[in-house]
Design a protein around this ligand. Structure first.
Ligand code: ATP
Ligand code: MG
Length: 404
């Protein structure tokens, strides 16, 4: 593979951890090059994001020995696929041995290690994902990925149908990279191949689909991409509940910080079942529960009610879930900015009385105690949390007397 151009200087030029890594590999006769996200970012001249991926020209066992010899921590994160992760000063570097596909079935690949950089480049998905860079900034660009990057053109390496047949996940990656780095129109050959092969997505695992799709939703402006995917039937199998990106657009116009799961909630129909979707896409229990609250229509978020209503609902839902519901309730009129600021900045107080206080008033333990405390709590919330402990105790006493 011939060099073509140079980063001057490469953004990692004065990164001591990177020099340590290349020093250790070089001492063992291993050539390493950055590939993937870091090279794209470097070429675009933007801050390096995500975690660095490197390609290396020796088998993973050799790489592990080289790192250990230099006392660098190394984790065998995917030996079968040639991947180990070096950890330097707490930062991970994923090192993957050059590979070629021996067998593919659309889901998994059997790979063989190689020392041929062009072979490795040819099994990557998009032209700008086969950009490599040496430590000194020398670039390798076998498929004219830089031109595509500059033109914001997401283009498969080789024949799109064939590349999708090898790994169906590439359909979702096509849209993910379009959302982040592309500009309309889609590459026509790529888009049509994705549409033709959309049915093949059903064979993938929920984990892989979730990961790509949530990364897509994390892009600065993914709404048009989501609509295009829906129209091209890409989401039919994994997300039939998607009813378009109209609410996503409204959410993005409001959100203080992007949140992929909240954005995910915004593209689902109101009738969608969070538990079913959570199982299908292997969401964690916590994520599924959050999704359920985000999709709930009860309680209606009362923005117009002003600060007192905001505080009452923030107390009930917690600040984060309240903010989720508020941001998603884009049709709610009123000062939503004020409500959001309160959700982010106000810590709800704790109810100043408890069941123990009721027992001290002579009540026997039982469900009645809980009911009484709840009544006091409602009264305390209705009073906008102004009643102190003495006032709450007095109210509790009044209720106990009235009940006996
Ligand atoms: P990001 O910065 O978002 O992580 P990335 O390009 O590094 O972007 P990864 O998913 O980390 O994306 O993959 C690293 C590289 O591995 C890609 O740039 C691409 O060259 C290759 N790659 C990853 N997944 C596939 C795939 N399914 N098919 C072909 N090549 C792939
Ligand atoms: Mg990466």
């Amino acid at each position: 593979m011939k060099p073509s151009g140079r980063l001057e200087p490469p953004p990692w030029a004065s990164d001591t951890a990177v020099h340590t890594l290349f020093g250790a590999l070089g001492a063992a006769g291993i050539t390493a090059r950055f590939v993937g996200g870091w090279v794209r970012d470097a070429v675009r001249g933007v801050t390096l994001t995500n975690e660095p991926d490197l390609a290396v020209d020796k088998p993973p066992e050799t790489v592990m020995l080289a790192l250990k010899a230099s006392r660098i921590k190394v984790v065998p994160t995917g030996l079968k696929h040639g991947t180990v992760t070096a950890v330097i000063a707490g930062a991970p570097y994923e090192l993957t041995t050059l590979r070629r596909d021996v067998e593919t079935d659309g889901r998994h690949a059997v790979v063989a290690f190689t020392d041929d950089w062009l072979e490795d480049a040819s099994r990557r998905d998009f032209t700008f994902n086969a950009l490599y860079a040496d430590l000194d900034g020398t670039l390798y660009d076998p498929f004219e990925g830089r031109a595509d990057l500059a033109a914001k053109h997401v283009r498969f390496i080789g024949d799109a149908d064939q590349r999708i047949a090898e790994d169906k996940l590439r359909i979702l990656r096509f849209f993910r990279f379009h959302a982040w780095l592309g500009r309309p129109p889609f590459d026509a050959a790529g888009f049509m191949a994705c549409r033709r092969n959309a049915g093949g997505l059903r064979g993938l695992s929920g984990e892989r689909v979730r990961k790509e799709f949530l990364r897509l939703l994390d892009a600065p402006a993914p709404s048009d991409t989501v609509d295009a995917m829906r129209e091209a039937a890409i989401l039919d199998h994994w997300l039939p509940e998607c009813d378009g990106a109209a609410r996503l657009r409204a959410l993005i116009a409001r959100e203080d910080k992007p949140d992929p799961l909240r954005r995910f909630a915004s593209i689902l129909s109101r009738e969608a079942d969070a538990t079913v979707i959570g199982k299908r896409l292997r969401l964690s229990t916590q994520e599924s529960l959050r999704l359920e609250v985000m999709l709930d229509s009860d309680p209606v978020i009362d923005v117009a009610g002003g600060p007192k209503a905001w505080r009452a609902q923030i107390y009930d839902l917690g600040g984060n879930l309240y903010a989720d519901r508020l941001l998603l309730a884009t049709e709610a009129p009123g000062d939503w900015r004020g409500a959001l600021a309160m959700a982010r900045g106000w810590t709800p107080p704790e109810l100043p009385v408890s069941g123990g206080d009721a027992l001290k008033l002579g009540l026997k333990p039982g469900p009645k105690v809980g009911g009484l405390i709840e009544t006091v709590e409602r009264w305390w919330i209705d009073g906008d949390f102004t009643a102190d402990r003495a006032a709450c105790l007095a109210e509790l006493e009044r209720l106990v007397r009235a009940a006996s």
